[in-house]
Structure formats: C-alpha cells, structure tokens
Design a protein around this ligand. Structure first.
Ligand code: AMP
Length: 120
C-alpha cells in the first residue's frame, strides 16, 4: 500500500490538526488516543512516512528504528505504567483492522488488560 500523505497522523505531524502530545523528539511523536481503550492509551508514531510496522521495519534507517523503539519505552515509563505493566500493539493491514495508514504503536496500561486478543 503506498503511503497516503493526507492520513490523519501525517496531518497531526504537520500541525494541521491538534493532538494531546505527551512526547516529541527527532524520530517520534506520542499523543493520547482520541478513543482510549484503557486508562492509559497512548500512540507513538515515527516522524517518517511509513504505512505500518511492515513498511517501517523494511525501509527505516537504523537511527530511525533505534530512536523510535527508545521513544516507546521512554513514553511508557513517563506515563507511569512500566511498574504495573503495559501492552504495546501495532496493527498492519486488513486482518488487523488497521485504521490509520501511518505506523503507530499503541501503549495500553493502567488496568488489568486481560487476554491477549479476542477469540475468533
Ligand atoms: P489502528 O486501528 O491501529 O489504526 O488505530 C488507530 C487509532 O487511532 C485508534 O485507536 C483511534 O482511536 C486513533 N485515532 C484516530 N484519530 C485520532 C486522532 N485525531 N487523535 C488521536 N487518536 C486518533
């Protein structure tokens, strides 16, 4: 799937629409999910134009990957969920029901997150 430069997270990165920012650095931006599924539900996105983890892992530079992975950990620790535990999740493509075609990691925490995924 080609990258759509008008997807909503690209527009957030360009400052065209607002977000509740919690972190920003050279490689990553993190903000609260607009429809939280847990007391802590933060999205971390790379600044580069990547559709999903599949795209990011194939094309991003080592510096982008390292910076992004470190940002996810930093954001989780700063959100206060590292002690009690949290889940990170990234959807890719149809079967995952990915909604926004800009790579993002969800950080969920702040309650017992129960089972891994819903049963079929
Ligand atoms: P996914 O299904 O993995 O693509 O998840 C997309 C996530 O983006 C969903 O959890 C949405 O609630 C969230 N989302 C969509 N639009 C916005 C927005 N403008 N600001 C923050 N989160 C958003």
């Amino acid at each position: 799937m080609p990258y759509d430069p008008n997807n909503i997270f690209a527009r957030i990165l360009r400052g065209e629409i607002p977000c509740k920012k919690v972190h920003e650095d050279e490689h990553a931006l993190a903000f609260h999910d607009i429809n939280p599924q847990a007391p802590t539900h933060i999205l971390v996105i790379p600044k580069g134009a990547y559709v999903s983890h599949d795209d990011f892992s194939a094309k991003a530079s080592d510096a982008e990957i390292a910076g992004f992975v470190r940002a996810v950990g930093q954001v989780a620790r700063a959100a206060g969920v590292a002690e009690t535990g949290y889940r990170i999740l990234a959807n890719h493509g149809r079967d995952s029901h990915q909604e926004v075609p800009h790579f993002h990691i969800h950080i969920f925490g702040g309650r017992d997150l129960k089972g891994m995924i819903p049963k079929a």
